[in-house]
Design a protein around this ligand. Structure first.
Ligand code: 13P
Ligand code: SF4
Length: 304
């Protein structure tokens, strides 16, 4: 912490001067998560929080689609990205044309799009979803067939939860969660009996089937806080365990984890630079934002 302290102090002072609030995703490193964030959460919680921000400036500590979502929902605010290169393999796997291709293939089927997408893709969709509400959103669609983009594994996991629907999906995946295999988890359980295995729904369905619980990043945190298992393996991004382990000394976090190279582009140094120079503001074309807002707002309304 001694290394981080000067940055934490400087950022927290500059935040006040700029009238800024820091919204941070659960995958941020502990220095950001505990040191400078005003609000931490999963994608849905961050989107809802963005609608409530009264300060002039939002610094989005997360990836680009999260900053776009904040800008779409609260367009009068300046939304800063500390590193514009913080992308997402899911967001880059599909364009608005891809959505139109799916519509042409399955005429009349509603398009449920994961928030891990660009504003243009959201604008081309009927409604958004996150990992915490995907099954609920799909179940609410008034159609037997539902198109889910772009995460094929989230779609396949939702298909098991909503068996009454025919779900068709785009061929996208998360480079962090697709690396886990069911075999790894089986072996892990064998070598570490009693371990509670907790997986994000971006993991392949056979991996989720091996887990004791699957949920959004905030769902995972709540599960561990409530259950306090003796040993826990978080089948997700590495910072999750780092962020909660100090407050849960009774839980032994074990097992390998995978790092998201995009999330890890956001550092304390870049957050300080971002606030100092007021860079880089995220802009979304007004017509695209209006359409995308409808898809995101429909999701928020259904999630209440
Ligand atoms: P959550 O909505 O569960 O926080 O997931 C976002 C994400 O990018 C996970 O890889
Ligand atoms: Fe995208 Fe996966 Fe990184 Fe989440 S963990 S931001 S889904 S690449």
């Amino acid at each position: 912490w001694a290394v981080y302290a000067p940055y934490v102090v400087a950022i927290n002072e500059l935040k006040k001067k700029r009238g800024a609030v820091i919204l941070a995703h659960n995958y941020m490193t502990p220095d950001i998560y505990h040191g400078v964030a005003d609000f931490v959460g999963d994608s849905l919680q961050l989107a809802i929080k963005a609608t409530e921000v009264e300060d002039d400036v939002i610094v989005q500590c997360g990836v680009h689609f999260m900053a776009e979502t904040s800008k779409i929902l609260n367009p009068r605010k300046t939304v800063l990205m500390p590193d514009m290169e913080a992308g997402c393999s899911l967001a880059s796997s599909i364009t608005a044309e891809g959505v139109e291709q799916m519509r042409a293939k399955y005429p009349g089927a509603p398009v449920v799009t994961y928030v891990n997408t660009t504003a243009e893709v959201k604008a081309a969709s009927d409604i958004c979803c996150t990992s915490s509400n995907a099954a609920q959103i799909v179940a609410a669609q008034d159609s037997d067939t539902v198109i889910m983009t772009p995460d094929k594994y989230l779609a396949q996991n939702v298909a098991k939860q909503v068996p009454g629907k025919k779900i068709v999906w785009w061929d996208g995946s998360c480079i962090v969660h697709e690396q886990y295999t069911a075999q790894d988890l089986k072996e892990f359980r064998e070598w570490n009996p009693g371990t509670r295995i907790i997986a994000h729904p971006e993991c392949p369905p056979d991996v989720v089937a091996e887990a004791d619980y699957s949920g959004s990043t905030s769902g995972i945190i709540s599960y561990v806080e409530n259950e306090k298992p003796e040993k826990a393996m978080l089948v997700t991004e590495c910072s999750m365990a780092s962020n909660i382990s100090d407050a849960l000394p009774e839980v032994d976090f074990i097992g390998p984890c995978n790092m998201c190279p995009f999330m890890k582009k956001i550092t304390l140094e870049k957050v300080l630079y971002s606030l100092h120079t007021m860079t880089t503001p995220v802009e979304v074309d007004a017509a695209v934002a209006d359409k995308a807002r409808l898809a995101v707002q429909r999701m928020i309304d259904l999630s209440k």
